[in-house]
Design a binder for this molecule. Sequence first.
Ligand SMILES: [Zn+2]
Ligand SMILES: [Zn+2]
Length: 300
Amino acid sequence: MEEFVQHISEEFKNIFFIKGANNGRYPFSHSLLIDDFLIDTGISSRLLRKLKRNFQLKNILLSHWHEDHISGNRLLPSAKFYIHTNDKMLVQNVDRFDEFYGVSNTPAANEFEWLMDSLKLINTKIERVYKDKETVSVGDDYQIEIIHTPGHTAGHCAFIELNSKIAFLADIDLTKFVFYAGNDSNLIQFEESIEKLKQIDMEIAVTGHRGVIRGEKNIKKELDDYKSIIHKRDERVLSYLSNSKPIFLDDLKGKNLIYKYYSEFKQYEIIAELIMIQKHFDKFLEKKLVITKNNGFILN
Ligand SMILES: [Zn+2]
Ligand SMILES: [Zn+2]
């Protein structure tokens, strides 16, 4: 078997961890294969072509609309595609991604267009949408339950195969970087989704950019650590606020509040960072930690 196709359980022979190119680093991601159901297609064109030669990939469950999880869809013209209702519109209209990432008419627009072109995204026809807690039967042996985990995107889903207790957590990815810079991202929902996953009975978790994590206790600790990254950012944003002098979103621009270092994609990262800071303010307003004053923010 190809090295990027790995058994993850002695007992459940038809479940495979599919390791994405460049160890699943963006713009690639990892996948999980359960019999003829593949979750996400971002492993890279080269690896997906190889996978197709050895396995039947009849059904594709998409975790969410982001380009790094759907870029292989174009190589699977006869497969049936499934996604959560909330993310359906975007995979069917990839030319609207720039708008949802907030990059249209910004200095990052060209850079973003170049990236989209290089991934050769096409619109995907969705066969069926799923809802929270729905189960999908895979042959006689497997039952995949859909866990709607919004926050990263509005329709982001995780998956648990109920017999093996093997889960795919997609972009609740348990890396050191938590991303919620989409127009459809929501920080309160993101945290609720992490809590929701902590209630799921799972033995092995595969994530979109990290890979395989084993042991229920271990996975739950990793989920807590992941959530604490958000809380540290809360504190960093709050540290700029006072009771009297309002802080404006633009005052916090380009200050590395979320990206420790900006990379060669600095123009985009500065935009993404500002959108994420706005998500913290949305959360603070909802929790009544801050109030607005002259279009800025002060502590409540
Ligand atoms: Zn994503
Ligand atoms: Zn991703």
